[in-house]
Every structure is written in structure tokens, then in C-alpha cells.
Design a protein around this ligand. Sequence first.
Ligand code: VAH
Length: 309
Amino acid sequence: KILIIGACGQIGTELTTKLRDTYGVENVIASDINTRNLDLVNSGPFEILDAKNFNAIHDCCKNYNIKTVYLMAALLSATGEKYPMEAWDLNMNSLFHVLNLAKDNIIDHIFWPSSIAVFGPTTPRINTPQHTICEPTTVYGITKQVGERWCEYYHQRYKVDVRSVRYPGIISWKTQPGGGTTDYAVDIFHKAVEQGSYECFLKKDTELPMMYMDDAVDATLQLMQAPKENITIRSSYNLAALSFTPEILAAMITKEIPEFKVTYKPDFRQDIADSWPSSIDDTLATRDWNWKPNYNLEQMTNIMLKNLK
Ligand code: VAH
């Protein structure tokens, strides 16, 4: 059976639905620190679970005979800058708990998300390669960089089957983002539909790697279903789909909503965005497990506006 930790989060929510559609509702146990997403809580097996509590995760895995864990709980980039020690505590200890359960053969497979946040201002920004300089300047990015090192170590030393992708900014209409820097790309759609205007917290020319949620969820399952001998990266795979600026996204929305007005008022998240790459080279994900995005910017924009109107 499968356990998702952090199932009520932006990606966790849609990953839970996809896993249940794929493996059956009763085989996918959703868990989170609270019951903030009642639809999810009432749609199948659900447990209140603190990702920082090893015994609670251990007992849940034993009780349900869990063999695969998707660890989706974390404090993201913007929140992590407000609460650095809490971000380190949650992001790192939850990973150690799950890695150690696999090392002790309580569970067999782990998915753990990394992020473009592992890259920093000294990383080549255009078509960032899989192997490159990683000097992250956010707490969140530090936890993801160190987490990648631990995943690779547990695989090499203890043969733990842990797999990971470096998610770009993820955009969906079903779930709200959870305290990230790329959240503007979701907020802008809601405000365009609700009030016809949006004050963007990033500069208009801030190009960032992005992806529609369905691509991110499909990539996750594709990686987890790939034969283990095909997996050559045990830190975390670069993953790419789109790259755009707030100005480009706003222009796409204005095509559908002509009166839409955007103003730009950068805040502390501009420094975070400026430390990240503009575009990512994900050729290894394509080579090793046939990754290919399905949604371009126009398709994503149309889906977002159609479902939010
Ligand atoms: C964030 N959405 O903004 C997350 C993600 C690449 C960004 O890690 O922190």
C-alpha cells in the first residue's frame, strides 16, 4: 500500500487523487498534520500524521502495511525564510524518518520532491544542467540540496530505493499553492477572474521554470514506475516544461480577459526568484524514464481560465 505524507498540500492533493485512480482508493492512505482539506479527508483512508514524528510514521506504515511513501510535506521557500529553524526541522527530519524506515526494510520505495530551489545565484541560469554548481540562498533550497545528498547516500550505502525530481513552480486550479515564490503564477489567474486586476510580487521580467500540475503528477508516477535499472540519478532529476515571465503570463491572460490589468510591486520574494534559474535542462529524465511534458503555456492558460471562471 501507499502512504502520502502532506496529502493536503498543493501537489499532495492532486497526487493523492492520481494515485487512487491508478492503484485504487483503499490502497492509498492520505495523511497530513490536520484535516484542512475535507474533500480529501472524506474521499478515502486518511490519517492525521505529524511528518516530524518518527513513531507515528512507523506505526502508520506497520498498521497499513505501507510499502511506498510519497513525502510531500515541507515548508516552502517564502515560508522557510520566515521560519528557518521550523523549515529545517520539518524538511530534514521528515526525510530522515522515511529514509530510515526504508533502510530498516519497513518500507521499500520512497518518492521525495526536490526543487529548482537547490540552485543558487552562482548556478548557470539558462538551460541549467543536471550536474552543476548548487549554492542555494534560501533555507528551503538548503534543505532540498542537503536532502538530495542524503537520498543519494542512503541509496548508495543502504540500497534504499528513493527517487526524486526537482519540481519547478507548479500551477493548478484545483489547489492553492503553499507559501512559495512561484505562487504568483497561480494567484494571477484567481485575481484575473475574480477582480480583473493583480498586483504581482515579482518584477515583470522575472523568468522562472514552471509546469502545469498534471505534468508534474504524471512525471512523478512515471519516475516511480520506471524499472530501477533505468534510474541513473539518485539525488534528484532536473524536470522542465515551461519558462515564462509574469509579463508573458499576463499577456496570455489578457488575450482572454482584455480588461485585465497587472501592476508590479516586488517584495522579499524577488530576491528568492532572482537566485533561481530561468530554464532547466531535463534531458536525463527524458533519457532514463521517457519524460515529456504535455502542456504548453497556451494550453495551461486556457485550462486555468476555463476552470476558474
Ligand atoms: C516555491 N513552489 O516557490 C515552490 C517551489 C520552485 C518553487 O519549490 O518555493
